[in-house]
Design a protein around this ligand. Structure first.
Ligand code: ADP
Length: 581
């Protein structure tokens, strides 16, 4: 990820603007809550000497009054907490919503280099932590700070000389807290990074468990995992140790401070500057400072940890997103489905070409098979046709329009992808086919029919409402492929990009998929990354790609006669083919 940007919770403030009203109402409650403290301290000043003097009637009166003040204060606290919690939680939800929207728009190059586990951690744990800090800042830090100011103000009013002495300790505490805070933030950042890495490894491991078992690599994976969690534990321990040191140090200073105040207070009473009542109120008020100070210390630490999380969220925001459509992008209209490559060159890293000077025209309705060894650039070519990537040189045209001048959304409606892996989302069958597009059930049924999927779907107990589990584990490979075909044809695209599965299906499933494909392909321009001889043979045109160049093209018969790369690929069975003829 990019260098850590400076991040501040201040940036989140605009998000709070829409909640001015509940915030203001919560603020009023907070004020009532906080102002009750000096009143209570004053009442304590009345109560303690009255107890000492045995004035029972006064004691009763003061206790009654104190009860009423406590009640008011707790009511105000309830109002404050509920009124302020809602906006704080809304903002954290908004933050997460924005991040996910950003994630969906990230540039493909960026997406591919990010680990799913790391991203998941950022969007769950880091976002949670930021939300928590935001919540605490509004609902706990602010009233605590206010309480500190108000109660201390009351103490100054009672006896400013004594307060001045009390204040002498404050800078020491403040410096200590901020020194610890900076170190806690650094430690927290390292610890969070470690958890992210753990999440990345977990994501990879869970996906690859069958493979791991197949290679009996469990001990190796276990060891890798144990190394990661060990690093994680160490990083966490460093944070905890800092906190463990900070609390007693600050706590001791507090205790020393209170004792010092008692000492100076006794001297002030001796000198006649303060009476017993005032001193009782003063000490009560002093005790009322402990709670907010400890809250502020804790929150400050959490705030520092939250800063680290916010910074990690901000990194996502700074990653490049997909280039927006041009302002003068032209509407696509009805698409015939003619594809053309004009001298197209592309490399993921500039200077390292993956596709080189490709020239190709595919007429509407034509089926073109792309063959070539792995790494030849076939998938990359698809990514250009969907404008996931943009050619550095040359043009990719649909019906004569440069893709760069079209709207990505319209382009992707006209060009549909059937990916190699079963890539169906969990949800109902109907949802998987519609995939977020507004479609009537007739349209969904028709798409399923075209993909030769209607038969098996209707045989399911719940039909189109049957649930697909995560990663489609309750459907067979052939069924998932047919669902993917149905999903692709639902929008009636003019162009189909088909990445034929390399994994072999059994003959029956294969036939079922093939029938679906035949129907789905009819009347469309099709580019297929072909692995099966039957597909290649039935194509109108074959393009052989090697190291990013078109090295041969023609029909199967022509290319076999020609006896070049294609024939060689075919004979060495690199195209997963049946017997070559
Ligand atoms: P094919 O589909 O023919 O197997 P690809 O288009 O996947 O080939 O890959 C072509 C070349 O581009 C390979 O050398 C591959 O390593 C490289 N490549 C593919 N995707 C990326 C990527 N996201 N970033 C960098 N290089 C990539």
């Amino acid at each position: 990820m990019v260098a850590p940007p400076s991040a501040g919770f201040r940036r989140l403030l605009p998000l709070l603007l829409p909640y001015r009203r509940p915030l203001a109402a919560g603020g009023v409650c907070m004020l009532v809550f906080v102002l009750c403290w000096p009143v209570l301290a004053w009442l304590a000043g009345q109560l303690i000497p009255a107890i000492g003097a045995g004035d029972f009637a006064k004691v009763l009166r003061v206790i009654g009054l104190a009860l009423a003040v406590f009640m008011l204060q707790k009511l105000a606290q309830f109002g404050q907490d509920t009124l302020l919690a809602a906006p704080a939680l809304q903002v954290s939800q908004e933050l997460r919503r924005g991040l996910f929207a950003r994630l969906q728009r990230l540039d493909f190059a960026v997406l591919e280099k990010l680990s799913a586990g790391d991203l998941t951690y950022r969007l769950t744990e880091d976002a949670d932590r930021v939300g928590e800090v935001l919540y605490k800042t509004i609902q706990d830090t602010t009233p605590s700070a206010l309480q500190l100011v108000v109660v201390f103000g009351y103490m100054v009013w009672l006896d400013w000389r004594l307060s001045l002495a009390t204040l002498l300790l404050a800078p020491v505490v403040a410096v200590l807290v901020s020194v610890f805070g900076a170190r806690v933030m650094g430690a927290a950042e390292r610890s969070q990074k470690q958890v992210s890495e753990l999440a990345g490894l977990l994501g990879e491991a869970i996906g690859g468990l069958p493979l791991v078992r197949a290679f009996a690599a469990e001990p190796w994976l276990q060891q890798r995992f144990e190394q990661e969690i060990d690093l994680h534990r160490r990083a966490r321990y460093r944070t905890q140790r800092l906190l463990a040191l900070q609390y007693p140090v600050v706590g001791f200073l507090e205790a020393a401070g209170i004792l010092a105040v008692l000492l100076i207070g006794a001297a002030r009473i001796q000198a006649g500057g303060l009476d017993a009542q005032g001193f009782s109120s003063y000490v009560t008020a002093l005790l009322m400072l402990i709670d907010p100070i400890s809250h502020l210390t804790t929150n400050f630490n959490e705030f520092q940890q939250g800063q680290a999380s916010l910074r990690r969220l901000r990194e996502i925001e700074l990653e490049a997103v997909e280039a927006p459509d041009r302002a003068d992008a032209r509407p696509l209209g009805t698409v015939q489905g003619e594809l053309a490559l004009r001298n197209v060159s592309f490399g993921y890293d500039p200077g390292q070409a993956v596709l080189r000077e490709l020239n190709l025209t595919v007429r509407p309705g034509q089926v073109v098979a792309l063959v070539g060894p792995s790494g030849a650039g076939k998938s990359t070519l698809f990514s250009l046709l969907l404008r996931f990537n943009t050619a550095q040189q040359g043009q990719v045209l649909l019906d004569g329009h440069d893709l760069a001048n079209l709207r990505a959304r319209e382009l992707r409606q006209a060009v549909a992808l059937v990916p190699q892996q079963s890539s169906v989302f969990s949800g109902t069958v109907a949802e998987a086919i519609a995939f977020g597009r507004p479609a009537t059930s007739e349209q969904i049924h028709r798409a399923a029919e075209l993909a030769n999927a209607a038969g098996f779907i209707e045989a399911l107990p719940l039909g189109y409402n049957s649930r697909i589990e995560e990663r489609g584990t309750n459907f067979s490979g052939g069924q998932l492929q047919r669902l993917a075909i149905a999903r692709a044809v639902l929008g009636n695209p003019a162009v189909l990009l088909l990445d034929e599965a390399t994994s072999a299906l059994d003959a029956e499933a294969e036939q079922a998929v093939q029938r679906g494909l035949d129907r789905a392909m009819a009347g469309r321009t099709v580019l297929v990354i072909a692995h099966r001889l039957s597909t290649v043979q039935s194509a109108d045109h074959i393009v052989v790609l090697e190291a990013g160049r078109i090295v041969e093209q023609g029909s199967h018969a022509q290319l076999m006669v020609q006896g070049g790369r294609y024939r060689e690929l075919c004979e060495r069975q690199l195209i997963h083919l049946g017997p070559c003829g």
